[in-house]
Design a protein around this ligand. Structure first.
Ligand code: MN
Length: 461
């Protein structure tokens, strides 16, 4: 948690931007895993964390933009809670730590809503992603639950996205820490991998690094010898010499800030010549993105520049043919790179995507494409100083996709299918780092991360 003044000034800024009405920010409730008292790990809503800071279930933050009054509604501890969980700070005390003087029992929220309705004031709330909160809001506001996600406040959501998109110095420090824990997870994996190991055994090693820092993972770890499967959460395979590991994982610090990194490394500790060739092209794509990522350009343009590096490399290998510009315009390169270059990262690993990918990654100026590949770019809009986003190009040979395109004779003027066939066994590679947009360009967060073949091989020795 940050100092009180940070939360106070964030809420002041929000009030100024929303101007009038009553703002409701829902914290998360416990979510049962198999029965009520056996819940999933509690994850606080990140917007609630951003404005109200308290990492506990069943809280609701309310701000009256007209009067300036601020509240947290919840349920104060009873003797019963203390018997089960021990003495702890009261919610009143914890509310005061984030500058909120009015901690109220949850039941009293209904009165405030009734009062607000009588005054004909607007009630602002955001679109919801948890069914418990949708039902709660529906009952509180007397709105059909199906309408909750139609009648939310676009103004409030826009305000939150605008504020959370630009990271402050203290947030950058936390993101840097999250990136460093993430880095250590990757390096530990590189040092410990050996032929004969199961994917889940490697997962156990790298996830224990996060635990050592009182952190969790920021999403389900992808740790696989089948890198061509983009989001593979199955860990049953055995690594063999000659296989590549694709590891995409991140740490989520106790305070909510996330890291997200992907590396690929050879199980044996030595890249084969074929692996080196593709990996070097991947690094060239990554470095092109680093070079192009700066304020004022759209991330869509950065993505397209990176696609050109890929297309150019594939033309040199005889896999693609024709003009690089035309290949990328037609989207033929997406056979090998069907996803986007990256996404914003912060308190969520895909920052604020609960509001909708397009609200976060696009705007009136930059619209989302419907073309295969480009349509999966989550962040397309103009880059601004203070944004933090991932850069994560990939090169994949997905047998099923190759087969399908080949049968449809898709882009056959650009794709030399006979050459592509030779790589069907190859798998896939991705490399990812987290970047802050600075005045002059961008800066990769965290300590230096191995990237080149010799750097990776020397760590694995
Ligand atoms: Mn990512």
């Amino acid at each position: 948690m940050f100092g009180k003044n940070i939360y106070i000034s964030r809420r002041e800024k929000m009030k100024k931007m929303v101007k009038n009405g009553l703002i409701i920010i829902m914290g998360n409730m416990e979510s049962p895993m198999s029965y009520k008292d056996n819940a999933y790990n509690f994850i606080q809503d990140s917007t609630f964390l951003y404005y109200f800071g308290i990492d506990s279930p069943d809280l609701i933050g309310v701000i009256d933009a007209d009067t300036g009054e601020e509240y947290i509604f919840g349920k104060e501890f009873t003797l019963d809670d203390i018997v089960w969980m021990g003495q702890q700070k009261t919610f009143k005390e914890r509310s005061e730590e984030v500058g909120i003087e009015r901690f109220k029992e949850k039941d009293e929220l209904l009165e405030l809503i009734e009062k607000t309705k009588k005054l004909n004031k607007k009630i602002h709330y955001t679109n919801q992603y948890r069914v418990e909160n949708t039902i709660f809001l529906s009952e509180l506001l007397g709105v059909d639950y199906k309408k909750i996600d139609l009648e939310f406040s676009e103004l409030l959501v826009k305000t939150i996205i605008k504020m959370r998109s630009i990271k402050s110095d203290e947030e950058i420090k936390e993101l840097e820490k999250a990136t460093d824990v993430t880095r250590e997870m990757h390096i530990e994996a590189m040092k410990n991998i050996e032929p004969g190991m199961k994917e889940y055994e490697l997962v156990a090693i790298l996830e224990s690094v996060a635990k050592r820092y009182n952190a969790t993972t920021s999403f389900h770890t992808i740790c696989t010898k089948n890198g061509q499967i983009l989001h593979n959460h199955c860990y049953e395979n055995e690594f063999k010499s000659g296989d590549m590991v694709l590891l995409d994982c991140g740490a989520r610090l106790k305070n909510g800030y996330c890291g997200d990194m992907t590396t690929v490394f050879p199980v044996s500790g030595k890249f084969t010549d074929e692996q080196k060739e593709i990996y070097r092209l991947l690094v060239a794509m990554f470095e092109k993105a680093e070079e192009c990522t700066k304020p004022g350009v759209t991330n869509r343009d950065v993505h397209l520049e990176v696609c050109k590096v890929l297309a150019n490399g594939m033309v040199k290998k005889g896999i693609l043919k024709g003009s690089v510009e035309k290949i990328v315009e037609a989207g033929a390169h997406a056979l090998f790179f069907p996803h986007g270059l990256g996404h914003m990262i912060g308190l969520d690993v895909h920052d604020m995507e609960n509001f909708g990918e397009n609200r976060v990654g696009y705007d009136e100026e930059t619209r989302r494409s419907t073309q295969f590949g480009l349509k999966s770019l989550r962040m397309g809009k103009k880059l601004e100083v203070g944004q933090v986003l991932t850069i994560e190009p990939g090169i994949y040979f997905i047998p099923e996709l190759i087969e399908k395109w080949k049968n449809l004779e898709l882009h056959k003027e650009f794709i030399n299918y006979e050459e592509v066939e030779k790589y069907k066994h190859f798998g896939g590679m991705r490399y990812e780092g987290d970047f802050l947009i600075t005045e002059n360009g961008s800066r990769r967060l965290g300590n230096k991360m191995p990237k080149y073949v010799d750097e990776i091989e020397s760590i694995m020795k």
